[in-house]
Design a protein around this ligand. Structure first.
Ligand SMILES: Cc1cc2nc3c(=O)[nH]c(=O)nc-3n(C[C@H](O)[C@H](O)[C@H](O)COP(=O)(O)O)c2cc1C
Length: 444
C-alpha cells in the first residue's frame, strides 16, 4: 500500500446517528434528524472538517419493528433525501451530497432526473447510493403484498443502473448552443434517444436535464452479499459496507477489487468505506464512559427490534439469556444476518447481549478512545488493505460530530492521513475518481 494514502471520510447522516438512543444523550438535539437549521449546522461542521460527503440513507416506510420499539426511534420522521440535499447545497461549497434511492421502488427516469438536477444545483457534488431496499415494508407502500425476492431485486437494480446512466448520457457536454441569432437552442446531432427495452424497463428517453457536471453523479452501493459484491464490482465507485472485524474487511476488500480486475476496471476507481462508530475522549476511560452512558440509554425493546430487523427473523420469542438459535435464510439483508450470527458464535453472546449491541451501534465497527488511538486504528485499516476510508457514524449530535471534527481530524492531518484542503470542486475530484466518458458521444 502506498504510504501517502489518504483516508476518504463520509458522514452517515440519515438518521443523524445509527445509535437508537442518540437523541436521549445529555446535550443532544433530539430533533436533529428533522430540523433544517440543525442539519445546516451539521453540514457546515462536516465541511469545516473537510469531509468528502454527507450521506443520507433512506427507507420509503417506517422501520419494520413493533410499536414498543418504534415509539422510541428517532428515525420515524425525516426529510426525503433529494428534497433536503439541494437545501444543504446552498449552504456548502465542497461537501459531497450522497442520497439513497431504491432501484426496487422507483422508476429510472425519476432517479436520473433528480440526481442530474442535484448535481447541477450543487456544482458537481451529487452521489447516488443505489440500494435494492432492505426494508420489506416498503413493498406495502408501492402496491405490493410481498417484498421483491432478493436476487430479483439485484437483477432489476443492474438494469436500472444501465437505464439511469444511459439517460445521463443523453446530451453531449457541448449540446447546448443557446444561439440567440440563429434561434437554435441546442444541436440535435448532440442528443441521443436511449430507446431502452429490457426485462424490467422500457424507457424511450432522452432525459430532459443536461448531462450532469460530473458526467455521472458518483455511484455508491451498500450491499455485501454475493449479488451485492458483483453489482458493486460492475457499477460502483464507492461502497458502504458493515464490517466489524479487520480480517473479514480485508477479505471483502480483496474480493470486490479482485472482481473489478476480472472486469477490466481499475480497482482505484472504487473507494471501500466501512461504517465506523466513533466515540472520542481526552482519555480512553473517558471515551469508554461516554459510550457506556449512551448504551445504557438503549431500551431492551429497541435492541430486540433492531436485531429482528437485521436478522430478518423475530427474536422476541427466543430464550433471551440463551445462545442465538439457528436463524433461517430470509428475503432480508443477507450480509447483516451472516455478520451477526458469526459475531454471536465467536463471542458466545446471548440473544439479550447481541440485542443490546445492535440496539447501540448496529454491531458495526467501533473506534472508542483518544484521538491518537482512533487515528492509529484507522491508519491500520487503511494501510493494511481493509478500507479506503470510513463512513463515520456519530454517537450523538451535535457533540459527537463536533468532537470528531475538532479533535480527530487534526490528529489524522498531523499524521498525513487526511487532506488539509479539498483537492477539487466536485465530489469526483475530491475522491480521485475519473469523469465517465459519454458512451454516445465519446471524446474524439
Ligand atoms: C452503510 C450502509 C447504508 C445503507 N443504507 C441503506 C439505505 O439507505 N436504504 C436501504 O434500503 N438499505 C440500506 N442499506 C442496506 C443495503 O442496501 C443492503 O440491503 C444490505 O447491505 C444488505 O445487502 P445484501 O443483501 O446484498 O447483503 C445500507 C447498508 C449499509 C451497510
Amino acid at each position: 500500500m502506498p504510504q501517502d494514502r489518504k483516508l476518504r471520510l463520509g458522514a452517515f447522516m440519515r438518521p443523524v446517528s445509527i445509535h437508537s438512543a442518540w437523541w436521549r444523550y445529555p446535550g443532544a438535539w433530539p430533533d436533529a434528524n428533522f430540523s433544517l437549521p440543525h442539519l445546516v449546522h451539521l453540514a457546515e461542521t462536516l465541511e469545516r472538517g473537510l469531509f468528502d460527503a454527507f450521506f443520507m440513507a433512506d427507507h420509503q416506510a417506517l422501520l419494520n419493528m413493533p410499536m414498543s420499539a418504534l415509539q422510541r426511534s428517532a428515525t420515524v420522521s425525516s426529510f426525503e433525501p433529494l428534497t433536503l440535499l439541494p437545501a444543504l447545497a446552498m449552504v456548502t461549497r465542497h461537501l459531497g451530497l450522497i442520497a439513497t434511492a431504491s432501484t426496487t421502488y422507483n422508476e429510472p427516469y425519476h432517479v436520473a432526473r433528480r440526481f442530474a438536477s442535484l448535481d447541477h444545483l450543487s456544482g458537481g457534488r451529487a452521489g447516488w447510493n443505489l440500494v435494492t431496499s432492505a426494508n420489506p415494508h416498503e413493498a406495502l407502500n408501492f402496491g405490493r403484498e410481498e417484498h421483491l425476492e432478493h436476487h430479483q431485486r439485484y437483477r432489476r437494480a443492474r438494469e436500472f443502473f444501465d437505464v439511469v446512466t444511459g439517460l445521463w448520457d443523453s446530451w453531449a457536454d457541448d449540446a447546448f448552443l443557446r444561439d440567440q441569432v440563429s434561434g437554435r437552442f441546442f444541436d440535435p446531432d448532440r442528443l441521443h434517444t436511449l430507446d431502452h427495452r429490457g426485462e424490467w424497463f422500457k424507457v424511450k428517453g432522452p432525459l430532459n436535464v443536461a448531462r450532469p457536471i460530473q458526467g455521472w453523479p458518483v455511484i455508491v452501493q451498500a450491499g455485501s452479499s454475493e449479488d451485492g459484491r458483483q453489482i458493486a464490482a460492475e457499477t460502483a465507485e464507492a461502497v458502504f459496507t458493515a464490517q466489524s472485524e479487520i480480517g473479514q474487511a480485508r477479505a471483502f476488500y480483496a474480493d470486490v477489487k479482485g472482481r473489478m480486475q476480472v472486469l477490466g476496471r481499475d480497482p482505484d476507481h472504487l473507494k471501500i468505506l466501512p461504517g465506523a462508530f466513533v466515540v472520542t475522549g481526552a482519555t480512553a476511560a473517558e471515551a469508554r464512559a461516554k459510550k457506556a452512558k449512551l448504551d445504557s440509554l438503549v431500551h431492551p425493546d429497541s435492541g430486540l427490534a433492531s436485531l429482528s430487523v437485521l436478522l430478518g427473523t423475530e427474536v422476541s420469542g427466543f430464550d433471551l439469556d440463551g445462545p442465538l438459535p439457528e436463524i433461517p435464510e430470509s428475503n432480508a439483508s443477507k450480509s447483516a444476518r451472516l455478520r451477526l450470527i458469526r459475531r454471536a458464535r465467536e463471542e458466545s453472546l446471548t440473544v439479550r447481549q447481541l440485542a443490546q449491541i445492535v440496539g447501540g451501534s448496529y454491531g458495526t465497527l467501533e473506534f472508542v478512545g483518544t484521538p491518537a488511538e482512533i487515528a492509529g486504528g484507522m491508519e491500520e485499516w487503511l494501510m493494511t488493505g481493509a478500507c479506503d476510508g470510513f463512513n463515520v457514524m456519530f454517537p450523538w449530535l451535535p457533540g459527537g460530530l463536533e468532537e470528531f471534527v475538532d479533535q480527530v481530524v487534526p490528529e489524522l492531518q498531523r499524521r498525513g492521513l487526511f487532506r488539509t484542503k479539498y483537492e477539487g470542486t466536485t465530489l469526483r475530484e475530491n475522491l480521485g475518481l475519473p469523469r465517465p466518458e459519454n458512451r454516445f458521444f465519446p471524446k474524439a
